[in-house]
Design a binder for this molecule. Structure first.
Ligand SMILES: [Zn+2]
Length: 355
């Protein structure tokens, strides 16, 4: 193995799926900014290196003679998975140390569609051109564009809840990939900018402000005289300069999704040309009771009813996009979390179609 190549994937066994990818464990200075302290260990999360190398989604890691099932590791962690690469090139996973300098990572196929495609597709339909990392996946001219994104509706969760999601399943969504870490602030920025987290500057929970000079379709629309709004509950996960409509739970029923749905339809009727609509119920249910609980099923059904209400009111000439920011996985205590490179967290439904 040529040692001078610092990020060198030494082999890809692609004859069958899932694949095993060998990853050389060393971190350059660009990765040092992501250093964390977990359980008394200081290092770069292995997932950061894998994300940078394009090795995702993953289901397991072999290192130092041990196998780590990634869902099990995620189940036991509350946030970042405790798999860190130390400055000496040692990999420490859940307290076990390996100094082999290489890990074998189990990956599963990655969808071609991406959350980064939303902004270029929405913008493209309205004649807004930007410097996107994603692609326009549904070339169309539209009088209005409606982007509905359901918080924490992973593909696996959607498939599980499909019997309760007749409106969404009738539209036939396809799987798409989100960006790492698979959390709301990072993926909300990806949804609206169409650029990678490292470019937008919104690449972790603590960094929500987009870098100066990075464009987003809401502000791009405003500059071109195209009316646009991002309709959300309190403390929206994005920081566009214009267009944010943040609603309170006016009727006190414990969710803003009904207020958001009603406002979205009012904005649509009033002719607002670009709408981002954030439904949050499934994320709350995920954190409270796990992705596959009765409460989660009810939340998915609720979101699907709101999708149905909006979709039925759309007129010809509208481009509809429905997706999610991330999925979620089980954690100890009957709860749920997201943020990892697991397919449950990273693969989301995606639909773009003209009405
Ligand atoms: Zn969440």
């Amino acid at each position: 193995m040529p040692r001078q190549v610092r990020f060198f994937i030494v082999a890809v066994v692609a004859a069958c799926l899932p694949a095993i990818v060998f990853v050389h464990l060393s971190c350059d200075t660009a990765l040092q900014t992501y250093a964390l302290d977990i359980d008394g260990v200081h290092g770069i999360p292995l997932e950061r290196l894998l994300w940078r190398q394009g090795v995702y989604p993953i289901t397991g890691v072999f290192a130092g003679g041990a196998y780590y099932d990634w869902a099990d590791e995620a189940y036991r962690s509350q946030w970042y998975i405790p798999a860190l690469i130390t400055s000496g090139g040692r990999l420490i996973v859940s307290g076990r140390s390996s100094d082999d300098g290489v890990a074998a990572v189990i990956t599963v196929p990655r969808p071609e569609l991406s959350i980064l495609d939303v902004a270029p597709t929405a913008g493209g339909a309205l004649g807004l051109k930007g410097d996107f990392d994603g692609r326009c996946v549904y070339p169309a001219n539209a009088t209005q564009v409606v982007v509905i994104y359901v918080d924490a509706l992973g593909w696996q969760r959607y498939e599980w809840g499909r019997p309760a999601m007749s409106n969404l399943s009738a539209l036939g969504p396809a799987p798409a990939i989100d960006v790492y870490p698979s959390i709301s602030v990072v993926n909300a920025a990806a949804l609206v900018t169409g650029v990678m987290p490292e470019r937008s500057g919104v690449d972790r929970w603590e960094r929500r402000t987009m870098r100066t000079g990075v464009d987003n379709v809401i502000d791009l629309a405003a500059r071109h005289g195209v009316s646009a709004a991002w309709i959300d509950g309190p403390r929206p996960p994005v920081t566009t300069a214009t267009g944010i409509i943040s609603l309170e739970d006016a009727d006190g029923d414990g969710t803003t999704d009904d207020e958001v749905t009603a406002r979205a339809m009012a904005e649509y009727e009033a002719g607002t040309r670009l709408l981002y609509v954030h439904l949050r119920g499934p994320d709350r249910a995920l954190h409270a009771s796990g992705p596959y609980s009765n409460r989660s099923l009810a939340a998915l059904a609720q979101a699907d009813a709101q999708i149905g209400t909006m979709v039925r009111s759309l007129k010809p000439g509208t481009l509809l996009i429905i997706t999610a920011d991330h999925g979620g996985h089980d954690i100890a205590g009957g709860k749920g979390e997201h943020g990892t490179l697991l397919p449950e967290d990273m693969i989301i439904p995606f639909i773009a179609r003209a009405c």
